[in-house]
Design a protein around this ligand. Structure first.
Ligand code: PLP
Length: 443
């Protein structure tokens, strides 16, 4: 599509006027002239002026199968005509089929609790963890350990777990009981170590936090397999297994947030499968439906679920949400997972990452590139003022680059807010269905 195919300028002006007057944009200052996306096909989106962009972030790390999938739309329409709504106080066919399908994707046996968003899925995980300890004879276990730079959602508990100060400013106090430890940020190791001297102090920091807080007060540790939005911080291979052992030692639950890393993004079905660990609770959203419809899930190990089967009046999980596990969304998820399986998109994700790794290698010599970090098909490029000093690139430099990419037809993301010294990591996470031409275009 070329720029001539855009809408009439008068129609556009009218839309913009309504947008300026009525729409409150997410996570951004008031924008008088936002890009208005009108359509999408594969890895590309088109704005109302008819300009095409490669959606290098799959929206917000979520459109894993790419845009314009008719079979997903047809699955939704079909389900709407059968039954658009049924509660999960009872059950319905798409929820049953999807829970079974998710168990194929997960290693081990998990119960699936459905919600609407990644934030919801994490809130559910926290409540389940606390209730589990209550019912398992350890009612004082209520705190959660998380990491600085992590993002786990926007609601009071999930934002409490989040370790990005600029996102919390003006909203505190948030959910209580969340403690933060330094992240496994090897490029700028918080413990001053190098690859050669690393002895996983970042994992030991979790053990220290548990001991200092008192193991009897700690319910769980929450982490993404790789911190994504906080800067694509790929840990040492031994990190997640070490955290698993620490959790086992202190009877602390390991909650793995797969909201971004799940559904093929990491080159495996789920991110934690790259590290050979079995979490107690796994939260998921985004790629579950490739964002064609809102849905999230909290997968809870069968052992944990057992304690919710007791016969006391309060021993079941007393949590409901009206839309969670909506039949249409579950059907959309099933159609989405069928595409990922049929087209081998988990493997494709690894291929895309490998192409980035090999072909962007020369960028490692660039004076403003500190480090390139890749996990599956997600990539972070840490920008610096110069390689030696490692001073984070200025906000101006990063903004300039993002706008330059956009002017060439590529949408890229960055970590965090526009805070000097923090938002210096460009992120890319294109649809897993990206073609070789799409990947070439990005490179
Ligand atoms: N967890 C992670 C790792 C995320 O990146 C996000 C959102 O970006 C969330 C949770 C929250 O998901 P949602 O925006 O669907 O509430």
């Amino acid at each position: 599509m070329s720029a001539q195919d855009g809408v009439d300028p008068l129609v556009k002006e009218e839309l913009l006027e309504k947008d300026r007057k009525y729409v409150w944009h997410h996570m951004s200052a008031h924008n008088e002239n936002p890009m208005i996306i009108a359509s999408g096909e594969g890895s590309w989106v088109t704005d109302i002026d008819g300009n095409r962009y490669l959606d290098g972030m799959s929206g917000l790390w979520c459109v894993n199968v790419g845009h314009g999938r008719r079979e997903i739309a047809e699955a939704a329409a079909d389900q709407m005509m059968k039954i658009a709504y049924a509660t999960l106080v009872q059950s319905h066919i798409p929820a049953i089929e999807l829970a079974a399908k998710l168990n194929e994707w997960l290693e081990g046996e998990y119960r699936i609790f459905y919600s609407n968003s990644g934030s919801d899925a994490n809130e559910v995980a926290f409540k389940i963890a606390r209730q589990y300890h209550h019912q398992n004879g350890k009612p004082s276990k209520h705190k959660f350990i998380s990491r600085h730079r992590a993002y786990h959602g926007n609601s009071m508990g999930a934002l409490g777990a989040t370790g990005q100060a600029q996102r919390k400013l003006k909203y505190e106090p948030l959910g209580v009981g969340f403690q933060h430890v330094p992240p496994p940020y090897c490029y700028r190791c918080p413990f001053g170590q190098t690859k050669e001297t690393c002895s996983l102090q970042c994992a030991k920091a979790i053990e220290n936090a548990i001991v200092w807080e008192g193991a009897d007060s700690v319910a769980g540790v929450i982490m993404e397999p790789v911190i994504t939005g906080g800067g694509m911080l790929v840990p040492h291979d031994g990190y997640l297994p070490a955290v698993r052992s620490i959790c086992d030692k202190y009877d602390v639950l390991l909650i793995v947030d797969e909201v971004i890393c799940g559904f093929g993004r990491s080159g495996k079905p789920f991110g934690h499968q790259n590290y050979g660990v079995r979490p107690d609770i796994i939260t998921m959203a985004k790629g579950l439906t490739s964002a064609y419809s809102p849905l999230s899930a909290t997968a809870v190990s069968a052992e944990l679920y057992d304690s919710f089967k007791e016969k006391e009046a309060t021993s079941h999980f007393r949590h409901v949400n009206t839309f969670g596990g909506n039949p249409v969304s579950c059907k959309v998820a099933l159609a989405n997972l069928a595409i990922i399986e049929r087209e081998g998109l988990v493997e494709r994700s690894a291929e895309i990452g490998q192409a980035f790794r090999v072909r962007l290698e020369p960028l490692n010599e660039h004076p403003h590139v500190g480090e390139i970090r890749i996990f599956g098909s997600a990539m972070g490029i840490e920008l610096v003022e110069d390689r030696k000093s490692m001073i984070p690139a200025s906000v101006e430099r990063v903004t300039h680059l993002i706008l330059a990419c956009k002017s060439k037809g590529l949408l890229v993301g960055k970590n965090g807010d526009t805070v000097p010294g923090y938002a210096n990591i460009l992120t890319l996470s294109p649809p897993l269905s990206s073609t070789d031409e799409d990947v070439n275009f990005i490179i």
